[in-house]
Ligand binder design. Structure first.
Ligand SMILES: [Zn+2]
Length: 109
């Protein structure tokens, strides 16, 4: 008598095969998503979000400002804003000085 696999065993291996393929497809989609994110990061890094020109970093005290000299856009991240806020809180008398320094960036380009 041959050792023929039972119907339950066939179903078990079929389900296991589907599960393996489902996991592989999920892993492939994760890799693709990461590759697409990296491609976008590479394509857009230090590019102006408004016009696409290269951003230039201007140092103002402890803060790095990313400026577009084409459309005069000025970009700061949350950490840079927090630094500005802290400086203004610690030395409120310099509020005008900080704002003047920011405005000079646009006048001097
Ligand atoms: Zn721009």
């Amino acid at each position: 008598m041959l050792d023929k696999p039972s119907r339950d065993e066939d179903e078990y291996f079929a389900r296991e095969d589907v599960e393996k393929k489902r996991k592989l497809a999920y892993q492939q989609s994760e890799v693709m998503a990461e590759q697409q994110k990296e491609a976008l990061r590479t394509l857009h890094y230090m590019k102006c979000p408004k016009c696409g020109f290269d951003l230039q970093t201007l140092k103002r005290g402890d803060v790095d400002l990313d400026m577009c000299f084409n459309c005069k856009g000025l970009w700061v991240d949350a950490g840079e804003l927090a630094t500005f806020e802290r400086q203004l809180r610690e030395a409120p008398e310099k509020r005008g000085t900080v704002m003047s320094a920011l405005l000079r960036i646009f006048k001097n380009d």
